[in-house]
Design a protein around this ligand. Sequence first.
Ligand code: DC
Length: 268
Amino acid sequence: MPQRPQASRRPLVVAIDGPSGSGKSTVSRIVAGRLGLEYLDTGAMYRAVCWACLERGIDLADEPAVAEVARNLDLHVGTDPEAPFARVDGRDVSSQIRSTRVSATVSIVAANLAVRAELRRRQQEIIAAARQGPRHGVVAEGRDITTVVAPDADVRILLTASEGDRVARRAREVHGSDDDRALAATHDQVVRRDADDARVAQFFEAADGVLRLDSSGLSLAETVDAVLAAVAEHERTDGAEVVAGKGLLVELAAESVGAERVGAGRGA
Ligand code: DC
């Protein structure tokens, strides 16, 4: 795995949030790999809690019961960007948590404030451990990462894209096509779920100090490069505000479409 230069191996936390289909999972995982950092997919933790509740026959609307599951869950998320996984009670549930059943209902779990408090606590612990760990840092992604979980991250990015681009990306991922039928089938998953999630986490607008990267019309490689440029600028300026990086991101976002599209991997 490529490593950052030794001279700059102080802890580094990169936080990336954004709506569904923005490409944040794919981009975060690649960036973590390129920088030799750990990778934290916080959405996988909400999905694992949802899956565990469904398995146990717990009504997702029963907020105290769902919160109890979250607090007691033996959940382990692997943070190697080459092979992320989610384990519940020692069992690998990485594919189960991506099922349609979980995707369709996880917003209910994500809207449970007691669950959010518990997962925030766990996520902050994972990030703190990663800072001290052998890779000296982490790329963490998820709806409230730049604002609530890691507001003091070294680099914070809101990855966005137009609604049309986001629905099309997700349609290609899930249905292998972005024809009219696939778009119609995907629209609800992206737009309705984001509307539901937006009730508890703000991820459409960049908070103060958060770089906004619009990946509409950018290839995956260009988006990854833009994030890496923001990180490089942070390291070059020794943690000062990434003002030049912001200009670069805006410039990159204005460029034309590349061959490889953001979201070629699994969901954002
Ligand atoms: O990114 P994803 O689709 O795997 O996220 C699963 C759900 O969890 C989705 O409803 C968004 C929500 N989520 C959240 O509310 N906060 C996070 N930090 C990560 C995900």
